[in-house]
Design a protein around this ligand. Structure first.
Ligand code: GTP
Ligand code: MG
Length: 454
C-alpha cells in the first residue's frame, strides 16, 4: 500500500444527527486536514489522538464552513495503519457534504464501500475473518449476534484457524521429509503424525456443524405454528407477538395463507409463521393453504404443533402429526382454561409437551423457554465457536474433504506424494478463509457489502 492514495468519506449515516464524522486516511490525510482546519487557541504541532476545537475553513475564500473537533492519528497505530484525520462536525447534511467536497478538492478521493476496513486488512492489521466480523458487528440486530461478531473481531476464529494451520503444516512437513529422504534414517513414523490430523478433522467437522446454529443466530430462526383448524394457532401467534397480528374468529378455516412476523427471544431473532389449519374437507383456498403449510414444514427450524385440549384427539390431529413427527417440534395443548377432553394418551409424542391458553396467556412463557432450548440444542456456549458465514463453511468442507482423502490414501498404502498434495490443497483453502490467498473478486464481494466510510 506504499503508493495508496488518500481516501475520505462521511462515516456517520446520512441525514440529520448530533454529530457527523468525516474520515480521511492515507499519506496526505494530515496535510489535507491541517490545510482546512483552523484550531482555536493553538499554535505549533498537533499532538496525535488529541481532540482540537476549531473551524473548517475554505482556504480559497477564508469562509468558515462549520465549527468542529479534529483529531490526528499517526500510522501505524490507526484503523487503516495509515495516517488518519477525523473531523467531528455538526450532523447536518449540508455541513458534512461541504466539508467532504472541500477535502476532495484538496486531493483526496471518495472512499469505496468498506475501503477503510479493506486497507486495515491489506496493511495486515486484521485478517479477512476479522474484517468480515466488522461488517457483522454493524449489521447485528441481536445481542447474541453481536457477541459472536465481537469475539471474531478479537481474533477467536482466527486463532482457531491458526491451530488448524499448524497441524496441517507440521503433518505436511513430516510427510515431505519422508518423501525427500526415504533412504535416510529419519525419526518420523507416519502412524504418529496422523492422529493430530484426525483430531483436527473432528474440530473442523464440529465447526461445519455449528453453521446451522450460527446461521440461526445471524439470520434468525423460523418457527412454524401448525395444527388442525380452530385450535387457536392465530391466537397463539398474537399472544407470542403480544399484538393482534392475525385475524382470530370462532370459525374454522379463518387463516388461509402463511402469516409471518418477527419476535425476539432472549436476544435471538425468530420469524414466527402462522398457517392455515389442517382439515379434511377444506375448500380450494384452504387446500392451497394446507399445501403451503406442508411445504414449509420441511424448511423451518422448529414446529409448534398445537392441539385443542377441549376436543378429543381426531384423525385431523393424527394427519398433522404424520406431517411433522420427524421434524424438530414441540407439542402445545391449547385452551386449558376450558374443560379438557383431549385424550393425551393418544399423543404419540409426549416429549416437550406444554399446556397453554392462548386466550389468557397461561403457559406462554414456558412455551417460549422450551422453544429457546429446542432451537439452541447443541450450541456450545462460552468458549464454543460458531461459523456464521457460508464462505467459511464452504472452505472448511473442502479442507475436511482433503483430510479425508489424505487419511484414506494412507490407509490404502498409496504414495506419500498424493497425501502431500491433499495437505497442500487444504492449506490453500485455509489461506482463503483468513485472506492470505484470496482473489480480488472475493475481496470485492466482501468489502462492497460494507457501507461507505467504514
Ligand atoms: N377458551 C379458549 N379459546 C381460545 C383459546 N385460543 C383460541 N381460542 C378461540 O378459538 C377460536 C379459534 O381461534 P384461532 O386463533 O382463530 O384458531 P386457528 O387455529 O388460527 O384457526 P384457523 O385459522 O381457522 O385454523 C377463537 O374463537 C379463539 O378465541 C384459548 O386458549 N382458550
Ligand atoms: Mg388462524
Amino acid at each position: 500500500m506504499e503508493d495508496a492514495d488518500t481516501i475520505c468519506a462521511i462515516s456517520t449515516p446520512p441525514g440529520e444527527g448530533g454529530v457527523g464524522i468525516i474520515r480521511i486516511s492515507g499519506k496526505k490525510a494530515h496535510e489535507i486536514a491541517k490545510h482546512i482546519f483552523k484550531a482555536r487557541n493553538k499554535k505549533g504541532q498537533f499532538t496525535p489522538r488529541k481532540l482540537y476545537l476549531g473551524y473548517i475553513t475554505n482556504p480559497a475564500n477564508s469562509q468558515a464552513l462549520d465549527e468542529v473537533f479534529t483529531v490526528f492519528m499517526s500510522a501505524p497505530h490507526t484503523y487503516t495503519r495509515e495516517n488518519i484525520a477525523e473531523i467531528y462536525s455538526h450532523g447536518g447534511y449540508s455541513t458534512q457534504r461541504s466539508i467532504l467536497s472541500l477535502i476532495l478538492t484538496c486531493g483526496a478521493r471518495l472512499a469505496e464501500p468498506g475501503e477503510f476496513t479493506k486497507r486495515a486488512f491489506l496493511n495486515g492489521r486484521i485478517d479477512l475473518l476479522q474484517a468480515e466480523s466488522v461488517l457483522d458487528i454493524i449489521r447485528s440486530e441481536t445481542d447474541e449476534e453481536l457477541h459472536y461478531a465481537v469475539q471474531y473481531l478479537r481474533g477467536a476464529l482466527s486463532k482457531k484457524m491458526e491451530g488448524f494451520r499448524n497441524v496441517l503444516r507440521n503433518t505436511l512437513a513430516a510427510i515431505e521429509a519422508l518423501i525427500d529422504f526415504p533412504e535416510e534414517d529419519i525419526d518420523i513414523n507416519i502412524d504418529v503424525i496422523l492422529p493430530p490430523l484426525e483430531k483436527t478433522k473432528t474440530s473442523i467437522e464440529e465447526l461445519i456443524h455449528s453453521y446451522y446454529e450460527g446461521r440461526g443466530i445471524k439470520q434468525g430462526f423460523e418457527v412454524l405454528i401448525t395444527g388442525k383448524t380452530n385450535v387457536g394457532k392465530s391466537s397463539l401467534l398474537n399472544a407470542l407477538l403480544t399484538k393482534e397480528r392475525a385475524i382470530v374468529t370462532p370459525l374454522a378455516g379463518t387463516t388461509r395463507d402463511l402469516i409471518e412476523d418477527v419476535m425476539y427471544l432472549k436476544g435471538m431473532k425468530i420469524k414466527l409463521i402462522d398457517t392455515a389449519g389442517i382439515r379434511k374437507n377444506g375448500n380450494v383456498v384452504e387446500k392451497e393453504g394446507m399445501k403451503r403449510v406442508k411445504e414449509k414444514i420441511s424448511e423451518v427450524d422448529l414446529i409448534i404443533w398445537l392441539l385443542d385440549g377441549s376436543q378429543p384427539y381426531s384423525d385431523e390431529d393424527a394427519e398433522v402429526f404424520r406431517a411433522i413427527h420427524d421434524r424438530r417440534h414441540l407439542v402445545a395443548i391449547n385452551k386449558i382454561d376450558l374443560p379438557q377432553s383431549l385424550n393425551k394418551e393418544s399423543l404419540a409424542s409426549k416429549d416437550h409437551l406444554v399446556h397453554i391458553s392462548a386466550l389468557n396467556g397461561t403457559g406462554i412463557d414456558e412455551l417460549k423457554e422450551k422453544a429457546f432450548l429446542k432451537l439452541t440444542e447443541g450450541i456450545k456456549r462460552g468458549n464454543g465457536l460458531l461459523i456464521t458465514n457460508m464462505r467459511h463453511r464452504d472452505a472448511l468442507i473442502r479442507i475436511k474433504d482433503n483430510i479425508d482423502r489424505a487419511l484414506l490414501l494412507k490407509k490404502e498404502g498409496e504414495p506419500l506424494e498424493l497425501i502431500a498434495f491433499e495437505l497442500h490443497e487444504s492449506l490453500h483453502h485455509l489461506a482463503e478463509i483468513t485472506g492470505e490467498s484470496t482473489t480480488e473478486e472475493i475481496l470485492h464481494q466482501i468489502f462492497h457489502q460494507f457501507c461507505i466510510g467504514k
